[in-house]
Ligand binder design. Structure first.
Ligand code: PGA
Length: 235
């Protein structure tokens, strides 16, 4: 299974290094063989070798150049980063990235062989408009994306569940994952208010290949426990 921590704009460089070291030690001590990914803030990226794969939360589709405030491949290459999160709801809805921009990023980093965790998910008003409207909305987030890309992982993250403590019902997660699995055979993660208290049951669901965790992952021991749950399920 795949267990991913999105640390967002949290932790300092020193704290991120400590965080990753603690996860490494835990995985080692408990012989956890699941795929564990950590996405620290961009300023905290570092070269790392171990069981944990370090990914970037964002990058511009460029090797380098005049893109003030952005980073490109050259800055990732320095640290051997080959994993990227694309389409996270905060990039779409807070930063305002369009589907067109996400496709550009996708194509650029796909060309470089990156592992891409591509996020999809609907805002509350779309969900409330009914199932058909919701699936229509999510389908548009697949537009232009090569769903057959071998290094692709998809994360279904309902926007209204991110950082809110709200989650869809387990039945809803199974049903949506089933529909999304029909669009792509890439591993499919669930994200949105996954905590130690619900991670075990979410991980056990049919069609769930892992989890993408934000707020709860900031507690390193909670994140480690979730990795342990995944190991025990070993789906
Ligand atoms: P959350 O965030 O776990 O805090 O809901 C998940 C995410 O943004 O990936």
């Amino acid at each position: 299974m795949i267990i991913a921590a999105n640390l967002k704009t949290n932790l300092t460089r020193e704290k991120s290094v400590k965080y990753i070291k603690e996860v490494e030690n835990f995985l080692d001590k408990n012989s956890i063989s699941q795929e564990v990914l950590v996405f620290p803030a961009i300023s905290n990226l570092n070269r790392h070798s171990g069981r944990v794969t370090i990914g970037t939360q964002n990058a511009y589709p460029t090797i380098n150049g005049a893109f003030t405030g952005e980073i490109g491949y050259e800055q990732l290459e320095e640290f051997g980063i080959k994993t990227i999160l694309i389409g996270h709801s905060e990039r779409r809805h807070v930063i305002g990235e369009t589907q067109e921009m996400l496709v550009k990023k996708f194509d650029f980093y796909k060309e470089l062989g990156f592992k891409i965790i591509y996020c999809v998910g609907e805002p509350l008003e779309v969900r409330e408009a009914g199932h058909e409207k919701m699936m229509e909305y999510i389908s548009k987030q697949y537009a232009g994306i090569d769903v057959t890309y071998e290094n692709l992982i998809i994360a279904y993250e309902p926007v209204w569940a991110i950082g809110t403590g709200l989650t869809p019902t387990l039945e809803d997660i199974v049903a949506i994952h089933k529909e999304l699995k029909a669009k792509s055979s890439a591993p499919l993660l669930y994200g949105g208010s996954v905590k130690v208290t619900n991670a075990k049951e979410v991980l056990a669901l049919e069609g769930v290949d892992g989890i993408l965790v934000g707020s709860a992952a900031l507690y390193v021991e909670h994140f480690c426990t979730m990795c342990e749950y995944a190991e025990k399920l070993n789906k």
